[in-house]
Ligand binder design. Structure first.
Ligand code: F6P
Length: 360
C-alpha cells in the first residue's frame, strides 16, 4: 500500500465551460493511478490558497459534474502584479501560498487557469512547489497549446447568437454588430464569425480602417443583400489606434463617448452607409452553461494527462495540446506569453476567400 497522495486543486481567473469536467478528469486519473488520494479544493482560486480556505474531497465527490458549467471550487481574479505586493493586512501572498501548501503536506497542486493564472503558477513552481496546470479560457490565447478548454463551447454559443441575429437582420434589412469576448486575442470572434456566416470580422490583431468596413457593407448591399452582420471582438481597434502608445490608447478609450468599440463603430458606420445599425453584446453568456461534447471529451483527456504527469512526478508543466497530442509544456515557456491570431494564418486567408472582410 503506497503512501496517501495529497493533491491540491484550484480554478483561477474568469470561469469557462469544462472546468468541472477537467477537475473530474484529474480526480479519476489520479484515483486510478494511486491507492489512496485526498483532494484539497481551494476556494475561489489563489484566494483560497493564500487564506488557507479549502474543502477536502474524495475522488467520488467529483462524480456527476462532467456536464456542469462553472466551477464547483469557485474562482476569482488575483492579479499577478499584486502577488509580490504585501497587502494592507501585511500579508505576503507568495509566502502565504507556500505556507498553505507545506502545512497541508501537498504532493502537487493542480491549477486550472488562463494567462494571468499561469504567471502565478510559474512563480510558485519557481518557489519549489510541485505544480501541474491545465489551459483554460474561452479566448484560446494561451501560449504552448493549440487549444484551450472552454473555447469550442464559447464558439458554439457565439455562433448561435450570430445565427439568431441573421433572421431578424434579414427581416428588417438592418446591419448588426455582434460584439464577442476577446480583448487581446480574436480567436473566438474569428471562429464564431466564420461559423455564423458574418460578412465582416474585426479582430484586435488586424486593425480596421472604417472606410474599408463601410465599403464591405455597401458592396454587400449592392449585391442585393439588404442586411449585413459584423462579428467584432471587444478588443478590436482602428488603424489609428493601433499606432498609439499603450498609455495614449488607454486614455483615448477612457475618453470614448461609447460603452464599447462596437457602439462607436455603429455610429460611424450609420453615418457612412446610411444603414440602420444595431449592436448585440452576448457578454458572459459566452462563458456560461454546460461544456459542449468536444470540451467534455477534451477536458476529460486533459485531466487524465495531468494525472499521468503527477504519477510520473513530472512537475512544472502545463498539459498542452499540440498537433493532436497531449504534451507537457514547461511553465516557464507559457508564462507571460500570448498566442494571438497571426494575421496571415490560413484560417484568415481562407475566410478572405469566402468574401469575409477584415476591415483592412
Ligand atoms: O479571459 C476570459 C474573458 O472571458 C475575456 O474574454 C473577457 O474579456 C474577460 O474574461 C471578462 O472578464 P470578467 O469576467 O472579469 O469581466
Amino acid at each position: 500500500m503506497g503512501k496517501k497522495k495529497k493533491i491540491g486543486l484550484l480554478t483561477s481567473g474568469g470561469d469557462c465551460q469544462g472546468l468541472n469536467a477537467a477537475l473530474r478528469g484529474v480526480a479519476k486519473g489520479l484515483d486510478n493511478a494511486f491507492d489512496e488520494v485526498e483532494f484539497y479544493g481551494f476556494t475561489d482560486g489563489y484566494r483560497g490558497l493564500i487564506e488557507c480556505e479549502y474543502k477536502t474531497y474524495e475522488a467520488n465527490d467529483f462524480s456527476g459534474i462532467l456536464t456542469m458549467g462553472g466551477t464547483i471550487l469557485g474562482t476569482s481574479r488575483q492579479p499577478y502584479k499584486q502577488m509580490r505586493v504585501i497587502d494592507e493586512n501585511s500579508v505576503d501572498k507568495v509566502a502565504a501560498m507556500k505556507r498553505t501548501y507545506q502545512k497541508l503536506g501537498l504532493d502537487c497542486l493542480v491549477i486550472l487557469g488562463g494567462n494571468g493564472t499561469h504567471k502565478t503558477a510559474n512563480l510558485l513552481s519557481g518557489e519549489g512547489l510541485h505544480i501541474v496546470t491545465l489551459p483554460k479560457t474561452i479566448d484560446n490565447d494561451i501560449y504552448g497549446t493549440d487549444l484551450t478548454f472552454g473555447f469550442y463551447s464559447a464558439v458554439d454559443i457565439a455562433t448561435h447568437v450570430i445565427e439568431c441575429i441573421h433572421t431578424t437582420a434579414f427581416s428588417h434589412s438592418r446591419v448588426f454588430i455582434v460584439e464577442l469576448m476577446g480583448h487581446k486575442a480574436g480567436w473566438l470572434t474569428l471562429y464564431a464569425g466564420i461559423g455564423g456566416g458574418a460578412d465582416v470580422i474585426l479582430l484586435p490583431e488586424i486593425p480596421y480602417d472604417i472606410d474599408r468596413v463601410a465599403e464591405a457593407i455597401t458592396r454587400r448591399n449592392n449585391n442585393r443583400n439588404k442586411f449585413a452582420i459584423l462579428a467584432v471582438a471587444e478588443g478590436a481597434l482602428s488603424v489609428e489606434e493601433s499606432k498609439m502608445r499603450k498609455k495614449e490608447f488607454k486614455a483615448a478609450r477612457a475618453a470614448m463617448a461609447y460603452p464599447s468599440v462596437s457602439y462607436r463603430l455603429a455610429a460611424e458606420l450609420e453615418e457612412k452607409t446610411g444603414k440602420e445599425i444595431r449592436v448585440t453584446v452576448p457578454g458572459h453568456f459566452q462563458r456560461g452553461g454546460s461544456p459542449n461534447a468536444y470540451d467534455r471529451i477534451f477536458c476529460s483527456l486533459l485531466g487524465a494527462a495531468a494525472a499521468d504527469l503527477i504519477a510520473r512526478e513530472q512537475y512544472g508543466y502545463m498539459v498542452g495540446y499540440v498537433d493532436n497530442k497531449f504534451v507537457p509544456v514547461p511553465l516557464s515557456e507559457v508564462a507571460g506569453r500570448l498566442k494571438l491570431v497571426p494575421p496571415d494564418c490560413q484560417v484568415v486567408t481562407e475566410a478572405r476567400r469566402l468574401g469575409i472582410s477584415f476591415g483592412d
